[in-house]
Each structure stands twice: as structure tokens, then as C-alpha cells.
Design a protein around this ligand. Structure first.
Ligand code: ADP
Ligand code: MG
Length: 358
């Protein structure tokens, strides 16, 4: 059980970094509470693995400190950290049996044989590996090997934190759901601090209480799945989370009104964009737009309507800018012009990508 704090942490793989783009991780501060379940979500290359490897001691940061329960562990080697890590691809011993692989982290720590046996069987049961314990790891499928890797991460009951780096990448899709639920259950029963890296929003939202969204080496928002959905702190969060993601359209704001070309949208509250902002945008999720709900809505061009089977997505154009609108399955639009209205409560203003509080 550990509380993990990152203070002014940054990392560059370059020997002499000079500009922000030289950094895989830009300076960040973060606290992971003991027993919390966190997802680290972001596109490929945004720095998720770098951050995880720094926390587990595999990579030493160019700047800043890491604290476990208030103790500075920045300089400690990975073996001295009470932490387990599961990687994207299997890390197991091919010549050992499944049992020996699972037992290894415990044997290494001189756990008594009877306790090892009980724990290995418990973990094997969790992962549905009970019938395979005597098989050699060599020759097993990638799926099975990765389950063993997961088991090796889970087998130590005494770790303060467990870090997962996209652990289900090589797992068959139908088994993914099962394993996700299993990992969540293990976390709930153990009170261990869990950090789970993924680039898959569904995975992040189902496994974590708090989601940390990263973009280009920076943490752009930390929140509950609901907070990320309802109040994206950055336009990137808006379109990365949700499907289709949040619509982002160029606008001007003055007082409590936004202008898009000749059209006006009431914001319902005064919003002041920060002085010197280069780019003002409105963010509105496809779920919170209505077509033909009111006669005085803004006219938009309807380009096409896609049917997902559960709802429809209308692709429309407002002053040349594309917007997605989610419509009920039974809605029909006649003609190629529709009147658009928005739910004010869910209309956000962004200045240079960042949410303007208003
Ligand atoms: P993610 O896990 O989110 O895909 P990474 O942490 O692997 O991102 O990578 C972040 C950035 O750092 C990328 O630009 C990547 O190319 C770079 N990078 C990662 N590992 C190394 C390394 N060992 N040496 C140099 N650059 C690296
Ligand atoms: Mg990675």
C-alpha cells in the first residue's frame, strides 16, 4: 500500500535538452493516493511508458523527485522499490513451467514454500490457469504467456503499487473484458495502488476511478470518467474521450454570446477569454446538440447520416465547419438543411485549447 507523489518530474532522452519538444515528459506534479485505481490514458508516444518506467525505477528522471509514502525513492534501484510492473508484451521464463514462473517473484523474496504454493494456486485460479500449471511456458500462445505475466505481477501480495503498461494488448478481444473485470476485482480486494496505462478509453473508463489524460508529454486533465466527459479541461480530452468525440469549432466570444460567422449562440453566462489568446473555440459534444428541435436554431447543411444500430450520427456543416450530432434511432431529417440548437450547460469555451472557466 503506497501513496505515490511526483514532484516537478520531467524527462528527456536527449543528453542536452534545450527546448520543451526535447522532453518526453514535461514537468509534472501528481499524487496517487494509497489504494487508488488510476488509468493513464493518451495516444501512442505521449509519454505513458516513460512515466511508468520512471515510477518503477527502470528509468531515472532528468529532473524532479518520486516519493513513496513520503520517502524520496528517486535514486533507488527498481529491486528496492516495493512495486510490481506488468509490461505490454510477455516477460516470462520460457524454460520454466507456468507454476515456476508464477512462483518466481515469491521465491526470489524467500517466501516459505507452503505460502508460495497457496498464492500461486490462488492467482492461477483468478486467471484461469489452474489446468496449465505443469506446462512449460515455451510453446504456449501469446495470450497464455501474457496471462502468466499478469500473474507474475499479481502474485506478490505485499507490493505497495502495481503498474500495468497496456497489459492486454496481445490478449484476444473476448478475453479482454474478462481480464479487465478480474484486474478490477483484484484491486478492490487488495487496496494496492494501481496505475493502468492504456490508449483505449473504454479500458480506462471501466478500470479506473480516476483517469489521467496525457498529451504530448503533459498531463492535460485528471478526473472521474464523468468529469472528463462533461467538462473536458482541454479540447484534446474532448475529442479523445467519447465516440464521436467533442465537436470543436472556431468562434468569437463577447460577454454571454458566442459568434460563429453571422450566427449567435447564447452562452448562458458571461465568459471572458484570457487576454492574448490566439484561438477561441467552442466545444460541444454530439450528445448535446439537437437538430430541428426549435424553429429559430442555426441553419446547418446535412452531409450524411450514419446509423450505428443504437443511434444515428448526423454529419453536418456549420459555416463550413464539420460537426457530428447524435440523434435517436428513430429521428428523421427531411432535406439537406436542419436547424441546430445546443444544450447551453454543455457548451464550453476554449482559449488556445484550454477550458475557459465561466
Ligand atoms: P507511450 O508509452 O505513451 O507510447 P513513450 O513513453 O514510449 O510513449 O514515448 C514518449 C516519447 O519518448 C516518444 O516520442 C518516444 O519516441 C520517446 N522515447 C521513448 N523511449 C525512448 C528511448 N529509450 N530513447 C529515446 N526516445 C524514447
Ligand atoms: Mg507505451
Amino acid at each position: 500500500m503506497a501513496k505515490i507523489e511526483l514532484k516537478n518530474l520531467a524527462h528527456s532522452y536527449k543528453p542536452n535538452p534545450t527546448q520543451p519538444s526535447d522532453y518526453a515528459l514535461k514537468p509534472m506534479n501528481m499524487t496517487w493516493e494509497q489504494g487508488g485505481a488510476y488509468a493513464l490514458l493518451g495516444p501512442s508516444g505521449c509519454g505513458k511508458t516513460t512515466l511508468l518506467n520512471i515510477v518503477s525505477g527502470l528509468v531515472k528522471p532528468s529532473q524532479g523527485q518520486i516519493f513513496f509514502d513520503g520517502k524520496d525513492v528517486t535514486a533507488l534501484p527498481t529491486e528496492q522499490l516495493n512495486i510490481a510492473q506488468v509490461f505490454q508484451f510477455p516477460v516470462i521464463y520460457d524454460t520454466m513451467t507456468v507454476y515456476q514462473n508464477l512462483a518466481f517473484p515469491l521465491k526470489n523474496r524467500h517466501v516459505p514454500a507452503a505460502a508460495i504454493d497457496a498464492r500461486v494456486k490462488e492467482v492461477a485460479k483468478m486467471l484461469d490457469l489452474e489446468r496449465d500449471l505443469t506446462r512449460k511456458a515455451r510453446g504456449l500462445t501469446a495470450d497464455m504467456k501474457q496471462k502468466i505475466s499478469l500473474g507474475r505481477g499479481l502474485v506478490r501480495a505485499d507490493v505497495g503499487a502495481i503498474l500495468f503498461d497496456e497489459p492486454l494488448t496481445v490478449i484476444d478481444p473476448h478475453m479482454k473484458w474478462q481480464l479487465r473485470a478480474q484486474l478490477k476485482r483484484v484491486h478492490e480486494q487488495s487496496n494496492v495502488t494501481m496505475v493502468y496505462v492504456t490508449h483505449d478509453q473504454t479500458e480506462a473508463l471501466t478500470i479506473a476511478d480516476k483517469v489521467i489524460v496525457m498529451y504530448d508529454g503533459e498531463v492535460v486533465q485528471i478526473g472521474t470518467p464523468q468529469e472528463l466527459f462533461e467538462r473536458p479541461a482541454h479540447t484534446f480530452v474532448g475529442y479523445f474521450i467519447g465516440s464521436p468525440g467533442m465537436n470543436v469549432i472556431a468562434a468569437e466570444v463577447a460577454g454571454d454570446v458566442a459568434r460563429i460567422g453571422p450566427h449567435q449562440i447564447a452562452l448562458g453566462r458571461p465568459v471572458t477569454a484570457p487576454a492574448g489568446a490566439k484561438k477561441i473555440e467552442l466545444g460541444i459534444r454530439p450528445e448535446f446538440i439537437t437538430l430541428n428541435g426549435t424553429a429559430d436554431g442555426i441553419p446547418v447543411k446535412v452531409k450524411r447520416v450514419e446509423d450505428t444500430g443504437r443511434f444515428q450520427i448526423a454529419r453536418v456543416e456549420l459555416e463550413g465547419m464539420p460537426l457530428a450530432v447524435i440523434m435517436p434511432e428513430d429521428a428523421r431529417i427531411d432535406g439537406d438543411v436542419a436547424r441546430l440548437s445546443v444544450d447551453q450547460k454543455h457548451l464550453h469555451v476554449y482559449a488556445d485549447g484550454h477550458l475557459v472557466e465561466g
